[in-house]
Ligand binder design. Structure first.
Ligand code: ATP
Ligand code: MG
Ligand code: FE
Length: 337
């Protein structure tokens, strides 16, 4: 079965062809980083227009690289939420047109479920159940993955998402958009023990996160240094902030795995490409006797291969969308349709 995946929820347009849910034949990604850089963040209206401009070409490229033609497609999968409404509508409308014209089934995919599915693409033998940390620009969830399409949210952020905190702290340190990867680069040259920012555990007993406190602590530190006209040691601050966030994420994930009896843990979403997180979690998971899985960086950030993977499993379970499929910007981790 050949599934085409279409992703346009934020500032990446992507089209992929995936065979039997897990074999990536092509995964074409067009990033809008350069377009939004001058504004310091994603401008939704510009993002939607940009998706419209490139999506047709990406489909051609994805088919060509996969060595197939339009008629070979069996399933059309598309991100229908959560994300930016205008951006989502471009992909959803395009996918509806495509599925209707080809007479092939359409599957609306949840973007967060897509991020989780990146692990199934990377590790072809990996099967649920497993526990997955989703740390992205808009979400920080600990998700029990009971089956390919069955999820249970065990914990989530009570304020900022992890990626959002990285982006905001990057901005405080004067780094250009996109903040997360730039902050990681800056942190590489710093001392992670230079500053002890408050560890944000809303409660020791649950599995929820809070990242606004550490963000504010960085802001207050930078402001007071500037006020006293002292130099701002960006590298040390970045490294200390990164250590703080990484440790909280790992602590909660491992506790949840033990408490809920999962023997496999995985990570997903843009923040999961962070090397400090990957390295530290590898060590901690080993200590706790857990198997640890993580996707290649290209499958951590937004891409259509992960969307095609989830669409395939939804299709197998008969969860097909019809032409009333809409965009659902705030849907959370619920099934589409
Ligand atoms: P969501 O998936 O929640 O809708 P999104 O699609 O914008 O949000 P992703 O594309 O999954 O999020 O990830 C982007 C986020 O990941 C950004 O906040 C970015 O700063 C962060 N990020 C990317 N690379 C890194 C890194 N190496 N270290 C830390 N954060 C990173
Ligand atoms: Mg992005
Ligand atoms: Fe995403």
């Amino acid at each position: 079965i050949l599934t085409i995946g279409i992703e346009s929820s934020c500032d990446e347009t992507s089209v992929a062809v995936v065979k039997n849910g897990r074999e990536v034949l092509s995964n074409i990604i067009s990033s809008q980083v350069e377009v939004h850089k001058i504004y310091g963040g994603v401008v939704p209206e510009i993002a939607s227009r940009r998706h419209i401009e490139v999506i047709d070409y990406l489909l051609d490229e994805a088919l060509e690289e996969a060595g197939i033609s339009l008629e070979d497609i069996d399933v059309v999968g598309v991100t229908a939420g959560p994300g930016l409404i205008g951006s989502l509508l471009v992909g959803v409308s395009y996918a509806k047109g495509l599925a209707f014209a080809l007479g092939k089934p359409l599957v609306g995919v949840n973007h967060i479920a897509g991020h989780i599915s990146a692990n199934f693409i990377e590790h072809r033998d990996l099967e649920p159940p497993l526990l997955c940390l989703v740390a992205s620009g808009g979400h920080s969830h600990i998700v029990g993955v009971r089956d390919y399409t069955e999820f249970e949210i065990i914990g989530k952020t009570t304020d900022d998402a992890a990626g959002e905190a990285f982006d905001k702290v990057a901005r405080i340190l004067g780094l250009p958009y996109p903040g997360g990867p730039n902050l990681e680069k800056l942190a590489a040259g710093g001392d992670p023990c230079a500053y002890e920012f408050p560890k944000s555990y809303p409660s020791r007993r649950d599995y929820n996160f809070s990242f606004s406190g550490v963000k504010t602590a960085v802001l207050n530190l930078v402001n007071s240094l500037k006020m006293r006209q002292e130099p701002v040691p960006g590298e040390d601050i970045a490294a200390s902030f990164q250590k703080n966030v990484v440790e909280v994420l790992i602590d909660k994930l491992i506790n949840a795995a033990i408490d809920f009896n999962y023997d496999k843990v995985a990570i997903a979403g843009g923040v999961s490409s962070n090397k400090a997180l990957r390295q530290k979690l590898k060590e901690e998971a080993e200590k706790a006797g857990l198997k640890f899985y993580y996707p290649a960086p290209v499958y951590c950030t937004d891409n259509a291969a992960m969307i095609a993977c989830n669409a395939y499993y939804e299709y197998l379970r008969g969860n097909i969308s019809d032409m009333t499929l809409n965009a659902y910007p705030h849907i959370g981790l619920k099934r589409i349709g």
